[in-house]
Design a binder for this molecule. Structure first.
Ligand SMILES: Cc1ncc(COP(=O)(O)O)c(C=O)c1O
Length: 425
């Protein structure tokens, strides 16, 4: 007898589902399609030669260690490098506050595993990062959402959402995925103040913070929280005692194929996450961590990030200029100061889920329909555009094509003027 597997799946799998957007995006991958859909870094910037040398050195000098099991917390020199990196941002963590994860996606999953009971509420921005929604749906989370505008999370609407009693808030302060917006300084302060007032911790997800192309650096929430709470006094383990768990990644600054991210958190939280990670994968690949350390060390990471910023800043500018040229007036969009994405709002009548197949078929251009990033499935008149992956000339051509698709759609949607006889007063 064959096992009817669906009877055996755990209840928690009900919320999982396969992402509709990943299904949709399969047919955007044909070679002649100009795709703004993925979230991929530019392959041209991957430092392949440096990786080749680093791999060779690791195997030559530390071969057996690289191929052996390692500590769950991560490779110590890499954790030290992360501590130094964090210090540049004013985040005064120690090694004990750092856990290396298999991508920051695993960090999000670990946080869910450690903090969420079935039915717990999570407060997110609207729209927010799809991968976080997916990770926490499998812990049967429910979502309370607060909209964003050009200055990030609308903190004026936060209080009501906090009264719903979320377990934590999930915030992307820098060049948010998908919106491309950055949380203003005033709102950062308001957010940490409210987090303290309501006793609601913040998960600060910051994969793009180092990719700023214009405007001034703003302090991470974790730093503002420490300042606000004056919690920098050593507790014997480090400086972290506050309300914020911070995560970041090497995916956007070195290469996403490494699958290397990290969590910075109070020691006790790190300890719990370590226990949870042991049940998941024991530890992140020793070999990969050692290679990444060899690549990043001696200032290479800083130098490489400077290079990436130049490449992406140009691509962002080309996309913004092209949108101004080719998009219809009815469409509005964000102007990101960094990161990989921008966000467009279309007139309410346009459904971007229906528009995507039309755009791919008629003009061979693709985007991500925005509703996937709304926990409640709304936002059907929005789209996310990625500007890091395509070369500048392709960006211009793709935006020209998308402009045509939008103009044609808007012309179809034009309301039919009905001649109604005047009603007698
Ligand atoms: C906001 C955000 N968080 C987390 C991730 C996961 O990144 P990774 O697992 O590659 O570190 C991404 C990836 O695009 C992201 O945009």
């Amino acid at each position: 007898m064959t096992t009817p597997w669906h009877y055996r799946y755990a209840l928690r799998t009900e919320g999982m589902g396969s992402s509709v957007i990943r299904e949709l995006l399969k047919f955007t991958e044909e070679p002649d399609v100009i795709s703004f859909a993925g979230g991929l870094p530019a392959p041209e910037v991957f430092p392949v030669d440096r990786f080749r040398e680093a791999t060779d050195r690791v195997l030559r000098e530390h071969g057996p260690q690289a191929l052996q099991y390692g500590a769950t917390e991560g490779y110590l020199p890499l954790r030290r490098l992360i501590v130094d990196l964090m210090a540049r941002y004013g985040i005064y963590a120690q090694e004990d506050n750092v856990l290396v994860t298999s991508g920051s996606q695993q960090a999000l999953d670990l946080i869910g595993k450690v903090l969420l009971n079935s039915g717990d509420k999570v407060l997110t921005e609207r729209p927010t990062y799809l991968g976080a929604l997916q990770a926490w749906r499998s812990y049967q989370a429910r979502y309370v959402t607060v909209p964003i505008d050009q200055d990030g999370l609308r903190t004026d609407l936060l209080e009501e959402a906090l009264r719903a009693g979320p377990k934590f808030m999930y915030i992307l302060p820098n060049f948010q995925n998908p919106g491309g917006v950055t949380l203003s300084l005033e709102r950062r302060l308001e957010l940490v103040r409210m987090a303290d007032h309501y006793g609601t911790p913040i998960i600060e997800d910051d994969p793009y913070g180092r990719l700023r192309y214009s405007g001034d650096h703003l302090p991470p929430l974790v730093v503002m929280d420490c300042d606000y709470l004056e919690s920098r006094a050593s507790d014997g383990h480090g400086y972290f005692t506050g309300n914020v768990i911070y995560t970041s990644t090497f995916s956007k600054t070195l290469a996403p194929g490494l699958r290397l991210g990290w969590i910075v958190a109070p020691v006790d939280v790190i300890r719990r996450c370590v226990q949870a990670k042991q049940g998941m994968d024991l530890h992140t690949s020793s070999f990969v961590q050692m290679v990444a350390y060899e690549v990043a060390r001696d200032g290479f990471l800083e130098q490489h990030v400077r290079h990436i910023r130049q490449v992406y800043a140009q691509r962002r500018d080309v996309m913004l200029d092209s949108m101004a040229r080719y998009f219809p007036d009815e469409v509005t969009w964000t102007r990101p100061e960094g990161g990989l994405f921008l966000w467009a709002w279309l007139p309410e009548a346009i459904d971007t889920v229906a528009l995507l197949p039309e755009a791919v078929e008629s003009q061979r251009v693709a985007f991500v329909p925005g509703n996937a990033f709304y926990p409640d499935g709304t936002g059907r008149n929005t789209m996310r555009l990625n500007f890091s992956n395509a070369k500048p000339e392709m960006i211009e051509e793709g935006i020209r094509r998308l402009g045509l698709v939008l103009k044609r759609k808007l012309a179809q949607e034009e309301p039919v003027v009905q001649l109604v006889p005047p009603v007698a007063a």
